[in-house]
Ligand binder design. Structure first.
Ligand SMILES: C[S@@+](CC[C@H](N)C(=O)[O-])C[C@H]1O[C@@H](n2cnc3c(N)ncnc32)[C@H](O)[C@@H]1O
Length: 203
């Protein structure tokens, strides 16, 4: 399937939510990936433990459809939601319901002039914090140092609601603790590219 590489994330159309709400069974643990693309990371998590919900948010609708088709074929509890996450995250899931949130290689926008398109911004992070379980956490990883640093800047600006697990302004150096890799992470490893990671917990 061919997918447009990027969409205009600033388009007015994304301000209205037209996707389907996730179907959540009470009592099941929720893992959330924002910007999931093909959701490889979530599919591998779901294979390892199918008792949880794995919710992927994605702004490219054809990818959302493909993920949901695959989930049905494989019988795995992965659901992709068509959404601009910064506009609508807070209404998608119950408060205090997310055990792990993944921000895996979120931005294809390397250039400074495209900063206003970046997915990780204060609007997103302020909606995310109340959705996390007490004791839940957020992993952010990127192969672009500027993108990682910008993301850290946003998290550290929100230090009233997030705590860096390694101390303020500090990267997580112990690698990816979740045992599975997204498509982009797999590519980085195969090409020996460095990956910058950070982990935060809600206060
Ligand atoms: C570079 S890809 C990384 C995909 C996957 N997480 C991985 O690591 O392989 C970033 C994804 O985030 C999506 N995205 C960007 N901005 C978004 C937004 N505001 N809301 C939802 N998805 C977004 C893009 O469409 C793209 O699929």
């Amino acid at each position: 399937m061919r997918n447009r590489q990027h969409v205009n994330v600033n388009a007015v159309a994304f301000e209205t939510f037209t996707g389907e709400m996730p179907k959540i069974e009470p009592g099941r643990i929720i893992e959330l990936e924002i910007g999931c693309a093909d959701a490889q990371f979530l599919f591998e998590r779901a294979e390892a433990d199918p008792s949880r919900h794995y919710i992927g948010l994605e702004i490219r609708e054809p990818l959302v459809k493909a993920v949901n088709r695959n989930a049905k074929e494989l019988g795995l509890p992965v659901q992709a939601i068509f959404v601009h996450a910064s506009h609508h995250l807070e209404k998608l899931l119950p408060k205090g319901s997310v055990r792990h949130c993944y921000l895996n290689f979120p931005d294809p926008w390397f250039k400074r002039k495209h900063r206003d398109r970046r997915m990780i911004n204060e609007q997103l992070l302020r909606q995310l914090a109340p959705l996390l379980e007490p004791g839940g956490d957020v992993l952010m990883q990127s192969d672009v140092f500027d993108v990682a640093l910008d993301a850290m800047h946003v998290f550290e600006t929100c230090d009233d609601i997030y705590e860096n697990m390694r101390g303020p302004w500090t990267f997580w150096k112990e690698g990816n603790p979740f045992g599975v890799r997204s498509w982009r992470e797999m590519n980085c490893e195969e090409n020996n590219m460095p990956v910058w990671r950070m982990r935060y917990v809600p206060r």
